[in-house]
Write a protein that binds this ligand. Structure first.
Ligand code: PLP
Length: 351
């Protein structure tokens, strides 16, 4: 087993560089006159005079609140402008352009490859097994010596299944690079499915989560990366100084202090997922509804692309995944409100 050594994995220029030091970084104490950041002392160009000061660059209170909720330490959390920011920073921190490689396991989330392309990082792909489980042996056998990051999405988008945690741990133990487990949909999976608690045991594990799905805050843009402190420190070193805006920090803090609303919505969406799963089985053109641990269903249906287009004509938009690996004739359908789900099923029955 190869040991994970962050100094071997991070890009040499990133290891050497010094982070930008903002006015807010250099002075943290109490004061009444702030003339250090060239802000507008008079107020804001909005109805509320609330946004004239730069936000907390380290998001300290919010990271503390999230750490308490997740049972980890605040210095094990990076907060970004969506989890997409964390994915982007991972490439910039760990992948020397044109040299280092990453591994993606299709069918999966498209942003890993998009961000890799931007950073000129070659992407190796190994298809998931036919049941969308991890081809663990194959992954370990075919790993390229320059591979820095393996992306595992669990529950996986678009297939909806959780990956076996034991398989992920086998990969963590046998790989000297980073294993990024994207848990964007983890709140819809059975309790205890998250690997967040495992970051203390695995120095090469990063877990991604987001406020965009279960929390219903996609518009605020807040994503989390959890890992041991030395990895988080690297991401913090290269992020934009004020990457999470004031409004987002305030609104997410409110949400975190009242998790009942989110829990209730998750409950309702899980009931609706069950309803939709059963209702779709009664649609004659539906061939298969894959089991889901997320807030969407992957559905195999006759002539998926034609159905997709007709649904759009009737004002119902789903995601056509039929050109994606292992997803022939598949639509990915988000679980919506009861009325939306009923409308979808009615339209499908009429096609
Ligand atoms: C929706 C989604 C995200 C969330 O991205 P944000 O930038 O946080 O909105 C991350 N990963 C996967 C697999 C997703 O489907």
């Amino acid at each position: 087993m190869k040991e994970f050594d962050i100094k071997q994995v991070v890009r040499p220029n990133v290891l050497k560089m010094k982070a930008y030091s903002s006015a807010r970084d250099e002075f943290e104490g109490e004061a009444s006159v702030f003339l250090d950041a060239n802000e507008n002392a008079l107020g804001s160009g909005t109805t509320e005079d609330a946004y004239n000061r730069y936000p907390d660059p380290r998001q300290t209170p919010l990271r503390k609140a999230i750490a308490a909720m997740k049972g980890i330490q605040p210095d094990q959390i990076f907060l970004g402008n969506g989890s997409d920011e964390a994915i982007d920073l991972l490439f910039r921190a760990f992948c020397v352009p044109g040299k280092d490689r990453v591994l993606s396991l299709p069918p999966t989330y498209g942003m890993y490859t998009v961000q890799a392309n931007i950073n000129e990082t070659p992407v190796d792909e190994i298809e998931l097994n036919a049941d969308f489980s991890l081809p663990t042996e194959k992954i370990l056998q075919e790993l390229h010596p320059d591979t820095k990051i393996i992306f595992i999405c669990s529950p996986n988008n678009p297939s909806g299944n959780l990956m076996d945690p034991e398989a992920i741990k086998t990969i963590l133990n046998s790989f000297a690079g980073l294993v990024v487990v994207d848990e964007a949909y983890i709140d819809f999976a059975p309790e205890g499915s998250s690997l967040v608690q495992a970051i203390d045991s695995y120095p090469n594990l990063m877990v991604l989560q987001t406020f965009s799905k279960a929390w219903g805050l996609a518009g605020l843009r807040l994503g989390m990366a959890y890992a041991q402190k030395d990895i988080i420190d690297i991401l913090c070193k290269i992020k934009y100084p004020y990457n999470v805006n004031q409004l987002t920090q305030e609104k997410v803090m409110q949400a975190v202090q009242h998790p009942e609303k989110k829990e209730q919505m998750v409950q309702t969406l899980l009931e609706q997922r069950n309803w939709l799963e059963e209702a779709l089985q009664t649609v004659p053109s539906v061939q298969k509804v894959y089991p889901s641990a997320a807030n969407f269903l992957l559905v195999q249906i006759k002539d998926a692309t034609a159905k997709y287009r007709t649904l759009i004509e009737r004002g119902v938009v789903v995601r056509n995944r039929s050109s994606v690996a292992l997803c022939q004739d598949c639509l990915r359908i988000t679980v919506g409100s009861a009325a939306e789900n009923q409308k979808l099923v009615e339209e499908l029955k009429q096609l």
